[in-house]
Write a protein that binds this ligand. Sequence first.
Ligand code: CU
Length: 179
Amino acid sequence: MRQLLPILIIPMIAGCSTMSENEGPAVSEVITADLARADGSWAGVATISKRSDGIFLSLAADAPLAGTFGMHLHAVGKCQGPEFTSAGGHWNPGMKQHGRDNPMGAHGGDLPNVVAGPDKKLTLEYKMPDIMLEGAGGLLDADGGSLIIHEKADDYVTDPSGNSGKRIICGVFKSGNRS
Ligand SMILES: [Cu+2]
């Protein structure tokens, strides 16, 4: 064992010194969406990050109250309040039904519910398994894409929107913020 120790320690020190130069996975592109409520007031930011370890969605937003809220990627990059129907249906390039628990699902734009505690903060970091941003059928195609938060939890099974109720927060993804 005495002979093994130096061999183990040297790579660890070398690893630490390179980590301090560049912590975490490399980010090649960041796409942001400013989120607005039905009355037009600012509600937070959603960010899509292209990283060396995948494409991630992160959320930092204020909910109207504590609770659980459905959230999806919608097919059109247009957030016209107060109903936000302009954002279209869920982004659904595979022509599936809604919901990860639906045998005929799920939509590409289906996302996990987000939960706000007593501070009403909505935060999430989620690796999107089946996202496609550019190209035919991509989220950021000619008519763009958006993120919508609904007034109620998504039941993950009811087509087309998981019984998640009204659209209460909407944001349009703006691509091209290359870092
Ligand atoms: Cu939705």
